[in-house]
Design a binder for this molecule. Sequence first.
Ligand code: CTP
Length: 409
Amino acid sequence: MAIIAGLRDKRIILGVCGSIAAYKALDLASKLTQAGALVDVVMTDAAQRFVSPLSFQAVSGRPVYSDMWRAEASGGLPSHIAHVGLAEGADLLLIAPATANTIAKLAHGMADDMLSVTALAARCPLLIAPAMDGGMAEHPATQANFAILRGRGAQVIEPERGRLASGLHGRGRLPETATLLGHIRRALGQGGELTGRKLLITAGGTREALDPARYISNRSTGKQGYAIAQAAIDAGADVVFISAADLPPLVGAVRVDVDSAQAMLEAVLAHIAGCSALIMAAAVADYRPRSVAEQKIKKSDKAMNLPLERTPDILLAVKAQRVESGYPTVVVGFAAESENLLENARGKLQAKGLDLLAANDITAEDAGFAVDTNRVVLLDSDGGTQEIELASKDVIGAAIIKRVGRLLD
Ligand code: CTP
């Protein structure tokens, strides 16, 4: 896992309680560390019955705290008293998994072990990821404790439904690491430079149906649009993510899944009011079958002609309504080119009324469709160009969001 800009050098306290899901917290501690965060793990006594402190120390590379009476802070923390040292200057306290017992303690301000005393001393945002079996999460006592904690500004990450360790089925599972990372990124992004701004971001190649079994599409996988949306969440934006691709969940965004260019156009126009920026990273099909067959088209021995018609151009539709509404303040497009990159891109910037355009050469093997890296040239409406060398799509996404932030300033 690569460094994540929004997590680099962030001090995260990871509280681990006694649940079988404690083993999943090991993966989370490892991924956070790989992403560049400084992870200080605090374990309850019960947690140590499931996983050893040494395991957390091995993946985080930092001391693990569990004994309220013995612990002295180390690892460059701001106080030698462990719970104060941990709490002071922490960027986030995440308790995952959080048991009903620790949640009850936190709700009522009790402080009788290393984790609860640290939580009481901490001033940073508090994220709680409960995991419990046997319907305990749905018990009125636990629900009331969630309500108390939410009322104080803590964020409770809903446990997921599924098979529990007991063999019962219900709501109580700790979400996967990727989901927890998404919640952490959203929490750390709050207060960032795009806080209070609404961004509309599209991704993926649209699918234009031919019959119930077939469609016409392109090679876009939506990875670049997804990375841009994640970068916007890292910057604190309210993101509406319109996706035509099969992409993982994006914590912190309103997600609208669409298939065709027409559906994407409708979704964009439905969400455009009040938008600070629209970023059209989607590879919208330019043509669709003139009619969609109700039944699967059967083959014959003759060659087949497929009449196509133009799809709506979403950016042109946005340009037309922008004249009336003034929204969005900033419009960003992409240009996927296989020749005359800059010339074609500049033409699109002007024709589509864009403020910024990211041009990429889709013939390069390490950039463009389906790969994890990209190389773009950013053109602006003042004639400026900025080349972004080969980098991960996450890095490119962050660079685009930075430019959007500057344009909005
Ligand atoms: N786009 C759009 N609506 C379409 C086609 C494209 O809004 N029907 C947007 C894309 O999301 C992208 C930009 O327009 O941000 C340029 O897309 P691209 O496919 O490079 O260009 P086209 O306008 O389709 O022109 P051509 O395919 O002829 O190069």
